[in-house]
Design a protein around this ligand. Sequence first.
Ligand SMILES: [Zn+2]
Length: 271
Amino acid sequence: MSREPAHPAIGDRFGSSVVGVATRVVRAAGTRWRRRVAARATDATDTLTRHPLMVLAPHPDDETFGCGALIARARANGTPVTVVVATDGARSTTSARLSAAGLARLRAGELHAACAELGVTDVVQLGFPDGALTANHDALTARLRALVEDRRPGHVLLPCREDAHPDHRALHHAGLAAGPARALAYPVWAWFEGPVFPAAAAGERARLWAWAASRSGWLRVTCGPFLDAKRQAIAAYASQTTNLTGEPGWSHLDPRFVAAFLGPHELFRAP
Ligand SMILES: [Zn+2]
């Protein structure tokens, strides 16, 4: 994950006097929305685990949050899975104790530990600078096209363009431009922020609400017994889920964010 764009804590958007009530209302709306989306989705648990998968992650951890249980289930079935991580993740926080290069090394180690929990050994790190995927569209697309031609996955799973993060959107577009036979998009920030989308630009809201309200087109994968592997993989990302150094400025994911990805299903849509 990278907190490069403003992803304000939902409560930060409201005055302090109403913050408690507003935060609870927004949180409850998110929980209800996620349940509704999963309930109306078509089950694709078997079809998605039958053919080789390639998972495109903007930052180390997006593959786990968005697709961890699907990855673990596919690997348990003997289905090949390639995890491709586009950036080094060096901008998830600032730190006086850890350099950007040190953070990138740490996150690479976490990525491999998380993928081991999910049963994946085919991990490709493209090493683009965190926050720079939009500026590297052509080079990124070329790298992805070569990987797709080499691995020939049945499905490429890419971040959805509804995520309010430039790297997520850039990888969405580059992943499609790489020409996969079939692609599906998984939500990360949009899954946590929907249906309120506090980080969205005002001009985007109508499109995002239409996406959130879509009654058809959702596919779901049941996490089932593979939720444990996903939980272990998330735990491998201690730099993202805990205050690793104890510094006041260390940026890490809210426990409510993590909880939103430990439900019974993972969700996908055609891009
Ligand atoms: Zn990310």
